[in-house]
Design a protein around this ligand. Sequence first.
Ligand code: ZN
Ligand code: ZN
Length: 142
Amino acid sequence: MYGTSRRETRSTRQRAAVREALRGADGFVSAPALHTLLAAGGAAVGLTTVYRTLRLFEETGRVDVTRDGSGGRLYRWRPAGEHRHYLVCRGCGASLAVDAEVVERWVTEVMEESGYRAVAHTLELSGWCAECPEEHGSGTAG
Ligand SMILES: [Zn+2]
Ligand SMILES: [Zn+2]
């Protein structure tokens, strides 16, 4: 479909514009809402490019993703370098930062009790989001 030669500088600029719009947005935004924001700010970025760029950010872990009530995806820029834990949907890949203060407190206690320093930990929760049916490929049609 898109057989024309790709202009790398242009796509880089558009990606930066999408990133900045996402950073400036308050909370979660949909691709069309972000597209409107970009247009309001004078950035000529097509809706298809917005979708593609958000997908890229999602794949590279730069954004939190959630679903709205009708199954649409909502995006929020993920602050870099921040220590967070995420709840990830096994169905659609939506990811959400969760409050893991109890985990951090527990790690601190373990460090204090053990005398170990700079203890690192990773924790990811996975499940099915509200928009995804839990049983995939069960075979029986409704
Ligand atoms: Zn899901
Ligand atoms: Zn943690």
